[in-house]
Design a protein around this ligand. Structure first.
Ligand code: ADP
Length: 698
């Protein structure tokens, strides 16, 4: 839970600019929405005004058209009302001419006509005398006959009885003086004139203009639509304002004829029960608005998406950079700490300006402060005088680009004059022309290690010296010891030879002991001499074939082997060579095989088996016997000088043989080990270096 909150607050903390940006985006979106809505309202208002003015214009024209027709009707009316005599009128040729000329003058009104109370034509501008036809069945005739009125009656298009084409009729009632119905006078209005007028309005695709009677009956419609003219629109549902008798209004309506949604305006005519209506499809009006809105919304959306992406990318980069910076700070701190712990200082030496910059730790190691001259000479002045010449030469090599800096050298610390050892490392950096221009590196205080190293070196040298002295001493001593020994045995021999006959048996026995002792002493001295000689008189080592080594050892022991009837089993050929000294190796195996013969079990004939096998870095040679064996508790002791497990009476020996073996093996950089089961036998194993480890050409 707390972790969840941690992530949340972390997100808030890191991404707060995005939240602000989100707010800005919401504001922009709101503004876009408001603008689009305002544009729509404005567009609608403009469209409404346009449609209304169309309707007004059309209405004015229609009004004018009917007014002209009505004016003609009114002018012609006295032809009848003069005497109210239909028979006279029917025969009045002059009257007829007036009627015809009136019609011609108003080119939109092809003809005027009059009919009597029975509906019979009495005068018709198209023909004289009037044809014998009746309009008794016409609706306008019946309507005018039924009700006295001084209003003109306007019909839907009807087919004219005389002219036999579509016509709109404006009719007025004629009365006798006493008010009885006398007939009608009417004018034909050509619907094509109306249509021509409507065409000039340019209502465009799916736009409509029509003329309706007050009851909703469509009289003219442009464009023409089958079945539209004469049909009745229920304006209470389609356009209530019209049904309510308003003079003009605009609204969005859905046409009951084609189902198209339109902005519709109407204008009621002043003198006639007629309404002119203009309508333009809503989608056509909305098209520019829609286009503009889509363009605007997409520009803004693209802008927002683009800016957001940019913003996020920048923010991420900023975060990555600040994280890197933070990590860098931590690692710098760690580095500093590590340098402090390791006492490691660093420097940058600029050759061109002969100036170096250094870290605080380096300054501390050198014991210098800000006032110190950080130049090549300044550095040399710190170097301990004994090493100064060498370091000057070395620096010269660096300036010439011969090598990088890798030296340990003593300095005299400036602050307290103490001698300190430092290890300097540095890498040369070259300029574009390949000339060394900078040295960047570290200085480590290694005084402790160096002191210990020097101590150790001194001790090792001391050890070598005393060892050499000791060997020298052993060599000289054993050499010189033999001389008095020889003298003792010579004089004991002389004593026996000269006075042997005079001496008793006991004295002779004593002389024998003395001679024996001297002999043994000589043997000891010789062995010691040999021991001290190993590794001292060094011949250079070479590849020594093991076969030859074994042969030499076995040959040297042939008498003893024969005496003991020992069986020596050598490993099969070919045998490898080892890297070493032939004499020392022969001595080694002579001692091992000799011991194997010597410490045989009296119960069984001795069998000694030599084997060779590859071992880590060389060859392992095993000398195994079936002799008396050695108790494991003595394994370490037997390799020490003068250490024997048997008394002299049992087995001859000086206790030096295995010590020599160990020294030889160690001189060869190998190792010697023993395995044994007392009463069953022993196996000595020796590992000697292979030839190719030292001489690849072999
Ligand atoms: P030594 O002159 O007594 O033979 P070495 O140094 O050769 O001296 O041997 C030390 C001792 O190790 C011997 O006294 C002997 O007891 C024991 N030893 C050495 N080789 C063998 C062996 N092959 N079998 C049993 N004991 C051995």
């Amino acid at each position: 839970m707390s972790m969840h909150r941690g992530i949340m607050t972390d997100g808030l903390r890191r991404w707060w600019p995005l939240w602000i940006w989100g707010g800005v985006v919401i504001l922009v979106a709101g503004w876009v929405r408001a603008t689009v809505a305002r544009d729509l309202a404005e567009g609608m208002e403009q469209a409404r005004l346009r449609v209304q003015s169309m309707a007004d214009l059309a209405a004015e024209h229609i009004e004018h058209l009917y007014d002209s027709a009505d004016a003609a009707v009114k002018v012609a009316t006295p032809l009848f009302t003069r005497d109210h005599d239909w028979n006279r009128l029917a025969a009045d040729y002059d009257g007829w001419q007036l009627l015809r000329d009136l019609g011609r003058a108003q080119h939109t009104i092809p003809s005027l006509f009059m009919a009597d109370q029975s509906g019979r034509f009495r005068m018709h501008a198209g023909v004289f005398p009037a044809p014998d036809k009746t309009i008794e069945n016409r609706q306008y005739f019946q309507a005018l006959r039924a009700t006295p009125t001084d209003q003109a009656y306007v019909t839907e298009p009807v087919v004219g009885m005389i002219l036999e084409r579509q016509t709109l009729i404006l009719a007025r009632r004629l009365d006798y003086a006493d008010g009885r119905f006398a007939g009608v006078i009417a004018a034909n209005v050509d619907p094509r004139t109306v249509v021509e007028l409507f065409e000039t309005l340019g209502v465009g695709d799916r736009g409509v203009v029509n003329v309706q009677r007050g009851d909703g009956t469509i009289l003219v419609r442009h464009p023409f639509r089958e079945g539209a003219v004469g049909s009745k629109v229920d304006n209470r549902t389609v356009f209530p304002a019209m049904a309510e008798g308003k003079v003009f209004a605009s609204n969005v309506t859905v046409s009951p004829l084609d189902g198209v949604e339109r902005i519709t305006s109407f204008r009621r005519l002043k003198h006639y029960d007629l309404v002119v209506l203009a309508a333009i499809p809503l989608d056509r009006i909305m098209a520019p608005w829609r286009q503009q809105s889509v363009r605007m919304v997409s520009i803004v959306a693209f802008g927002i998406i683009g800016l957001t992406t940019l913003f996020v990318l920048l923010l991420r980069r900023y975060h990555a950079e600040s994280e890197t910076l933070a990590r860098l700070k931590v690692s710098e701190a760690n580095l500093l700490q590590a340098q402090q712990v390791a006492r490691l200082g660093y420097y940058i030496f600029d050759f061109t300006n002969d100036h170096w910059e250094s870290s605080a730790i380096l300054d501390d190691i050198f014991g210098i402060d800000q006032s110190f001259q950080r130049t090549a000479m300044g550095w040399l002045s710190l170097v301990e005088p004994g090493a100064r010449w060498r370091m000057a030469e070395y620096l010269n090599g660096i300036l010439n680009g011969e090598h990088d800096f890798d030296q340990e050298y003593p300095i005299l610390r400036r602050s307290d004059g103490a001698c300190r050892w430092v290890a300097g490392l540095g890498k040369i950096e070259c300029d574009d022309s390949g000339k060394p221009c900078r040295l960047v590196g570290t200085i480590k205080d290694i005084t402790q290690r160096k002191t210990a190293e020097l101590d150790l070196k001194a001790k090792a040298e001391e050890l070598i010296r005393s060892n050499t002295e000791l060997e020298q001493f052993a060599y000289v001593a054993s050499h010189d010891l033999r001389e008095p020994l020889r003298m003792v045995s010579s004089y004991v021999d002389l004593l026996q030879r000269r006075y042997g006959s005079q001496l008793g048996e006991e004295a002779l026995e004593f002389i024998g002991f003395a001679r024996d002792g001297a002999k043994r002493m000589d043997r000891l001295v010789l062995d010691l001499l040999e021991y001290s000689r190993i590794g001292r008189i060094t011949k250079p080592m070479s590849a020594i074939p093991l076969g030859k080594v074994f042969d030499r050892a076995v040959r040297a022991l042939s008498v003893k082997i024969d005496e003991a009837r020992a069986e020596i089993i050598l490993p099969p050929d070919p045998l490898p060579s080892v890297w070493g000294d032939g004499d020392e190796l022969s001595r080694l195996f002579q001692n091992l095989i000799g011991n194997a013969v010597k410490y045989r079990d009296p119960e069984r004939p001795p069998v000694i088996r030599l084997s060779v096998a590859p071992a880590d870095g060389g060859w392992e040679i095993k000398v195994a016997d079936n002799g008396i064996g050695i108790d494991p508790q003595f394994f370490d002791r037997i390799f020490l000088i003068f250490q024997r497990l048997h008394r002299r009476g049992e087995y001859e020996g000086t206790g030096i043989g295995l010590a020599i073996c160990k020294k030889v093996v160690e001189h060869h950089g190998g190792r010697i080990a023993i395995e044994s089961v007392p009463g069953e036998g022993s196996a000595f194993s020796v590992v000697l270096p292979a030839v190719n480890a030292h001489a690849p050409q072999q």
